[in-house]
Design a protein around this ligand. Structure first.
Ligand SMILES: CC(C)(COP(=O)(O)OP(=O)(O)OC[C@H]1O[C@@H](n2cnc3c(N)ncnc32)[C@H](O)[C@@H]1OP(=O)(O)O)[C@@H](O)C(=O)NCCC(=O)NCCS
Length: 172
């Protein structure tokens, strides 16, 4: 589904549906991502809730041979009358990066969307260059760039890039 065929190059990555018992481990993983990469831009007051936002449609975690929760992603339901679910809360812990974990998570989300006749959208902040490279690799298309209606902890503005992916091959 994603834009390359060598997922078998990373046989150690296993993707499964997140369950409630995973959430505290996911919060620990998110903390390491925040410290290493500044994601999320603003550390949430309740990170467990932040990982389970409204309109959560599906949530997956990735395990490797070495890390029980190496990565995480969710899909959020489209707003009423729309056909694009949102990819959100994607992250991989620093020690498990560049092993195809995010690729495998996104591939799972894209296959799930296609199976339910949904397209995908997502937003990514300007400073997350690795994520932008990944989204473009798997077939997302940049559709707009705008200033967010929220700011960094120090009050500086945030630039958001919006990407789209269509199961039919042309982004909405
Ligand atoms: C972005 C992120 C999820 C990528 O996770 P990952 O598991 O390391 O990514 P993968 O190993 O699946 O990478 C697949 C491809 O994406 C691209 N990519 C990934 N990381 C990259 C980087 N640091 N620089 C350039 N390209 C990168 C590469 O093309 C890579 O393939 P390659 O390793 O064969 O060159 C991870 O770096 C992360 O958690 N970053 C902080 C949180 C974040 O940015 N989340 C996105 C929120 S919108």
């Amino acid at each position: 589904m994603a834009g390359r065929t060598d997922t078998q190059a990373w046989p150690m990555t296993r993707i499964r549906t997140r369950d409630e018992a995973d959430v505290s481990t996911c919060v620990e993983a998110l903390r390491s991502v925040y410290q290493a990469s500044g994601y999320p831009t603003n550390w949430p007051a309740d990170p467990g809730r932040w990982l389970r936002p409204s309109r959560t449609l599906s949530a997956w975690v990735a395990a490797t041979d070495d890390v029980a929760v190496a990565g995480h992603v969710i899909l959020r339901q489209p707003p009423a009358g729309e056909r694009s679910a949102e990819v959100s809360r994607l992250f991989v812990v620093p020690v498990a990066r560049r092993q195809g974990v995010a690729f495998a998570l996104l591939d799972t989300a894209m296959r799930s969307a296609a199976a339910t006749d949904l397209d995908l959208i997502l937003e990514v902040t300007d400073h997350l260059g690795a994520a932008r490279a990944l989204y473009e690799l798997v077939g997302f298309r940049l559709v707009s760039t705008a200033q967010a209606d929220w700011t960094k902890p120090d009050g500086r503005p945030v630039t958001l890039h919006r990407y789209a992916w269509s199961r039919g091959g042309t982004a909405a």
